[in-house]
Each structure stands twice: as C-alpha cells, then as structure tokens.
Design a protein around this ligand. Structure first.
Ligand SMILES: [Zn+2]
Length: 378
C-alpha cells in the first residue's frame, strides 16, 4: 500500500508526508472517519513511509528491503491488532491467530469494513473484540527490540472495539511508549474510544471520498462510462468498497431508484396504505441495503436541488432519473432541503443503531409527505 495507490485524500497524504519529513510525526495517531474512506490503507502507507529506507518526496521508494516486506504486510516491525472472536475453526481471540486471513483481506479488500472482515473469517452473528489478552500481546511486542527497522508501528483497526481493560492497558503504553514506536488507531466510531486515549493521539479526520473523485476512479480503473460511474458514486456515498460491491450488483441502484420514486409519489399523494407497504418492504431488506437506499435517496435529493436552481450541467443522472428529477425538483427548495436531508440522515442513523426499520421508514415518509405538501400549497 503506497500513498499513490490510495484514492483521493491528497491533502491528508501531503500532511502525513510533511510530518515525517519535518520529523514531527507524533507517536500516537487516531485516524477517524466514515467506512470505506481509506483510513486503513492510509495508516499502512504512513507506517511504510516512516519505515522506508529511501523515502521520496511524496511516497515510499517501493524498492528498499523495508518496502518489499511492507508490500506483503510481513515486516517484522509492523504489528496489527483488529477485532476477532472464536470461530468454528479457531479457538483464539488474538489477532495473530488470524494473520493469514488478515493479509488476504488487506490484499483483496483494503477498503472493506467490519462486515466484510467478519465474513472473511466466518464470524457469523458474533461481534469481534480487541481483547485484554491482545493488549498484553501488543505490550510484549513493542517492548522487544525492533528487528529490522528503526521504528515499530502498531496499527489498531476498529480501535473502538477494544475491551475496557484492554483500552486501559493501551493507555499506559501510549502514555509511556518505548522509543521509536508509533501507534495508529483507526476507527469509525471515535466517540466510543476512551477520551483519555483520544486526547493523547493526534486526531486526524479522514473524510469520505468525494463523489467526483469516486466517479473518476470508476471510469479510469473500472472502465465505466460517466453516467454509470456517477450513479454508482452517488449510492456508494464515499465508500470505495461499497462502490466495488455495487459494480458486482448492478441491479441495486435501479432498485433504489424505483423504490425512491414510488415512495415520493405515495408521499406526495399522502396514500398511507401505499406508504406503509413500501416502508414494510424497505424494512425487510438487510441493514446494508437499507443504508444504501437512504444514501442513494440523499444523493437524488441533492441532484434535485441543483436542478431546481437550474444548473443542469452539474447533474449526473440516467435518463429515467433525469425524467423523475425534472418533475420532482420543483418540490425540493432552499426552504425544505435541509429538513429533507435531516430526515434521511436521521433514518440512516437509526438504522445503524438497530432501530425497527418499519417505524423508521414510516416516520421518515410521513414527515417527507408533510414537506412535500407544504411546497404544494405555495
Ligand atoms: Zn522504501
């Protein structure tokens, strides 16, 4: 994983390389931000740059002995911790017990989230944890002399999955780290990490990948035309792994579109039984698909607002989306767009927290129905 392999995030890359060049890289970092934005690839590229024997202006050299081992994630001074749990095949809660699977995951799905990781190790219906045993293990490893590099790096992926006792142990390590040791914590839920740990880390927000950047990469790397790339970028909502999954399931965005159109029509007409039927159907999807639907809807609302203000050059839509948005745009205005977006975002938030999908979608639809009604009256 080199900086140049990472999608977008140019400012972040520049900031990270600068801190190394100026010898100002703090020994503890927290990379936080949404899933699929490239936090883990960035953490690895950063560690690799620190360890590279012949670093270039903006990236590692890719040829030194350190780089060669980093490339395969086998450098002896690079350590990973990540959530695991006992599976059918493995009776351990230590990350190293899953290191082969982890290296495969980094190779195949470096932008993957917890769901993809759990699936790849067969952790069905169980949550992974970063255990107390694991933190003891980290302490042991970093107190050993560095093997080959001048630096040791510990990357803790999904650091919020750390057991309380493990977190306290880690806190001590971060407070008094052995020399030349770097910790990079990676998290989508930084608020769930001990505040005392957070405050000792350099907090670096890794934002979602911008839609335009995502669209361009889908065209360049995956050979999509502009329209298709735009559609996928809109649903993927800054998550590159999600975009890759959508490439394999092209029917998903069509599904999102037809359901959104149906739902808006029913909301507009205030047809409660129809609204309930659609809410039921959406609630029956799995959580990831429910979130996709909401992300897609947010994107289309955004496009409708742009269209409302007559800037069609900025809108990237398929023919049927275009036709629908043309009719829908008059109802999305500066007055209601904020509330519209809030409703969709709140629904996504509630779904994430396991709220009952039926109620979430129904509540959302009823409020949207009100918002559309208000515009109608004007
Ligand atoms: Zn190198």
């Amino acid at each position: 994983m080199l900086f140049r392999d990472i999608i977008g995030q140019e400012k972040i890359k520049k900031r990270l390389t600068e801190t190394v060049k100026n010898n100002r890289a703090g020994h503890a970092w927290l990379f936080f931000g949404p899933e699929g934005s490239g936090k883990l690839p960035l953490a690895i590229a950063f560690a690799r740059y620190i360890s590279c024997l012949n670093p270039k202006e903006s990236d590692s050299c890719d040829t030194c002995t350190s780089c060669i081992k980093y490339k395969k994630f086998i450098h002896p001074d690079l350590h990973f911790s990540f959530p695991v749990n006992k599976t059918r095949d493995k009776d351990t809660v230590i990350s190293d017990g899953f290191i082969k699977e982890w290296r495969d995951f980094l190779t195949l799905k470096p932008y993957g989230g917890l769901a993809e990781w759990y699936e790849s190790i067969g952790l069905e219906n169980k949550q992974g944890i970063i255990s107390t045993e694991e933190s003891k293990r980290i302490a042991y490893k970093i107190n050993l002399k560095a093997y080959e590099s001048d630096y040791k790096t510990v990357i803790i992926w999904q650091a919020d999955r750390m057991h309380d006792q493990a977190a306290n142990k880690l806190l001590k390590l971060i407070e008094e780290p052995p020399p030349n040791t770097f910790f990079i914590l990676v998290s989508e839920k930084p608020e769930q990490i001990l505040p005392t740990i957070r405050s000792r880390c350099m907090n670096l927000k890794i934002p979602r990948i911008e839609d335009v950047v995502m669209r361009d990469i889908l065209m360049l790397k995956h050979g999509l035309d502009e329209l298709k790339a735009g559609e996928i970028a809109r649903i993927a909502s800054g998550n590159y792994q999600k975009a890759l999954t959508l490439l394999q399931e092209p029917e998903e965005y069509h599904y999102c579109f037809t359901r959104f159109r149906e739902l808006m029509r029913s909301c507009y007409r205030k047809k409660i039984p129809e609204i309930m039927k659609i809410a039921d159907e959406l609630a029956s999807l799995n959580r990831e698909k429910q979130k996709s639907f909401l992300n897609y809807s947010l994107g289309l609302v955004r496009e409708s607002l742009i269209m409302h203000y007559d800037q069609p050059g900025l809108v990237y839509l398929s023919d049927e989306e275009n036709e629908f948005t043309y009719n829908f745009a008059p109802f999305i205005t500066g007055d209601n767009v904020v509330q519209f977006k809030e409703e969709l975002t709140k629904a996504a938030f509630d779904i994430e927290r396991n709220a009952n999908g039926k109620f979430v979608f129904l509540d959302m639809a009823l409020t949207i129905s009100q918002l559309l009604k208000q515009e109608q009256k004007k």
